[in-house]
Write a protein that binds this ligand. Structure first.
Ligand code: SF4
Ligand code: SF4
Ligand code: SF4
Length: 352
């Protein structure tokens, strides 16, 4: 790494960026953003990487992520091409067939912390923030889980906690902003890489370092710093000995910042930009109305059933009452008749 912790802290104080930590910086916007002159970044040099996965283990630990299915010292994991997921904010892939001075070539995949992040510009609740320091952070407390950022990111980085039943969140590398940078500590992966494949520092200084390496070792490096211009520039930069498209990195993205592209793309889908929140509220209102109607219908059906049962009961009581009255009348008639007959018999006995 180019900057030790002590140098990093001193540099923060000197540039005044330390006071910027912890404050809300530039939120997602479609306005063109040139990048903060003193913003930070990381340069990953794949010609130095030996694929030891120490960076993956460090990322897992500093972010308190769940343990992996297979341990980090199991390098057979590299035999398959992988992508980031909710439990892995960065991964290293191996390219066996591409030789490097130190063996097979490796490549890092993770958030590139774009200068103008598509994830941020696509998020209508502004869950993402492009900080002045360079990191693109995410606030799960305002996220509504629409996952539009996952579609918008040209690097296919944000992932979703599908396994979490209650409050699933978007997960991605944060450049260790909250966990380490604000405390004056280097990102976990940068600090622990044994080959110094990562260089942390001012983005402007990283270009000087990268250009100097390319100048001194023209046969080792391509004359291309990935992230200098891709999608309008990124805070995470890459040096490579082979074309980036051969190691799973897109070279077809152009230099236009993603928000400019998504703005026009979104404009052709006006629902997303303008009416998406309204639509969500509309769906909510319709579903609530349906619930209300269903509840009213249920209450009405119950009232009808009770009324019908009451009517049937009243009818039965009335019929039983009438029957009892008739039986009572008949019993009285029988009793009277019997009494009259007895009286007549008595009278005839007395007269004879
Ligand atoms: S720790 Fe360094 S050398 Fe090891 S895989 Fe990560 S970047 Fe490569
Ligand atoms: S790489 Fe993707 S997730 Fe990272 S800042 Fe850029 S658009 Fe956002
Ligand atoms: S900067 Fe932090 S969150 Fe990002 S890959 Fe490195 S350790 Fe993980």
């Amino acid at each position: 790494m180019a900057i030790s912790r002590r140098k990093f802290l001193g540099w923060l104080t000197a540039t005044g960026l330390s006071s910027a930590f912890g404050k809300t910086a530039l939120a997602g916007t479609t306005k063109h953003f040139e990048g903060h002159p003193d913003s930070l970044g990381v340069l990953y040099d794949n010609t130095k990487c030996i694929g030891c996965r120490t960076c993956e283990a460090a990322c897992n630990r500093v972010n308190d992520l769940p343990p992996p299915d297979r341990p980090f010292d199991d390098l057979s994991v590299l035999d398959k091409k992988r992508r980031t997921d909710a439990k892995k904010y960065m991964i290293i892939n191996k390219y066996d067939h591409i030789r490097n001075p130190k063996g097979p070539l490796h490549a890092r995949i993770g958030c590139n912390h774009c200068l103008e992040p598509a994830c941020a510009s696509s998020c209508f609740v502004r869950a993402y923030t492009k900080t002045k320091e360079g990191a693109v952070t995410y606030d799960s407390s305002v996220c509504v889980g629409c996952r539009y950022c996952m579609i918008a990111c040209p690097f296919n980085i944000p992932t979703f906690e599908y396994d979490s039943a209650f409050t699933p969140r978007i997960r991605k590398c944060t450049m260790c902003y909250d966990t380490r940078l604000v405390k004056g500590e280097l990102p976990g992966c940068v600090e622990e890489c044994p080959t110094e494949s990562f260089t942390f520092g001012r983005r402007e200084d990283l270009f000087k370092i990268a250009h100097e390496r390319i100048r001194r070792y023209p046969r080792r490096y391509l004359d291309h710093i990935y992230g200098e211009n891709e999608m309008g520039g990124t805070s995470w930069l890459y040096l490579s000995g082979v074309a980036f498209k051969k190691i799973g990195m897109r070279e077809d993205l152009g230099v236009t910042p993603a928000p400019a592209l998504t703005a026009s793309a979104l404009a052709s889908v006006p629902m997303v930009v303008g009416t998406w929140p309204l639509l969500l509220m509309g769906i909510y209102a319709v579903s609530k109305r349906k619930e209300k109607i269903a509840t009213e219908e249920k209450e009405q059906a119950l009232a009808d059933t009770i009324a019908q049962a009451k009517a049937e009961a009243d009818l039965k009581i009335s019929e039983a009452w009438q029957k009892a009255e008739k039986e009572k009348e008949k019993a009285v008639e029988t009793a009277v008749k019997k009494a009259l007959e007895e009286a007549a018999e008595t009278e005839s006995g007395e007269s004879s």
